[in-house]
Design a binder for this molecule. Sequence first.
Ligand code: AMP
Ligand code: MG
Length: 378
Amino acid sequence: MQHSRGRILAKPVTAQLSLPPFRASAMDGYAIHAEEFDQLLVIIGESLAGQPFQGDIGPGECVRIFTGALVPASADQIILQEEVAERKGSQVRFNSHNTPESYIRPIGNDLKIGSRIAGQGDLLNPFLMGSLASAGVNSVEVFRKPVIGVFSSGDELRDPGVQVEDLLEGQIYDSNRLTVIQLLANLPLEVRDLGRLADEVDVVSEALTSGAKYCDAMITSGGVSVGDADYITETIEKLGTLAFWRLNLKPGKPMAFGKIENCWIFGLPGNPVSTIVTALLLVRPALAALAGTVPEAPLRIKAKLTTSLQHQPGRTEYQRGTFTQRDDGFEVGHTGDQDSNRLSTFHNANCLIKVDNETRDLQPGDWVNILPLTDLIN
Ligand code: AMP
Ligand code: MG
């Protein structure tokens, strides 16, 4: 069970017992017959959590009791220990007090035996894991982790770790593969780094053919535009089916999506910002669904702009922004020039600012919707 964190339930789970499983005291005090609360009562024993009083109370009797302890069968009231007026040896008298509260938790007050605790598609998080443990559930069935292959593509790319002075002219580091792999890290997936594809049609074709044999989904970045060295889209079309190519989205327009045999394929644009935005908004929710969850729409918060914001109607745009919580709500500003090659727009960013397709330039004080990054990668 400790190993199930982050996995997705494949079957509903029901409580194996009621909680509490016995009538339990909610307070430290004395278990009495309610109608005798104003009498001098004899304390005939103690009931502690895990060490119940054996037997029952009779007329004129009470039991010292503590939180979580079994309440003697005929007791119907716990008097709080703060209400003791006098205690002489084994005798006790209480302040007269009137409360509708019995301080006795009935059997099943938290959970009834056989009731449903969680359903198929639920994520095993600390709260659910605690609930399952409390309900006597020791093992659960979870969905298999889908296998996800991640490629990058481009002859200009070198692996991170190569010395800066060893980069040849025209070369850059491959940041997308690492970023995509990291963006998937919280999901119940088995992510495989499948390396970098050269800009050669046969290389791309062979890699996607062999990856499709054992992956449930593959992700590439780069090579989906209309350049001479862009082979991803045509290869998907050749080997399988292209479900779509190009979205009315900024950044991320050239994204391609399709299927090769039984393997979904996401062809993300190569510009690093486009790669991240499409991975966050499209790939992660899709893979979460593939893993068995029922994805929810991302968290959206209204925030007031502190900067102006340029936008031409035509595409829905997601700009990088930094939002701050104020007493009266949220404020947000963009992080500078929003070109899709500029990974630096993510420096200090904590949200995406959603700018709807038909919106025109916005001014400070205008309201926008923001999507916190913490939610998008959780
Ligand atoms: P492409 O779509 O292949 O033309 O790539 C668009 C831009 O993104 C180019 O400037 C590429 O150099 C850059 N790019 C592509 N893949 C990566 C990557 N894995 N890491 C960093 N930049 C990349
Ligand atoms: Mg390329």
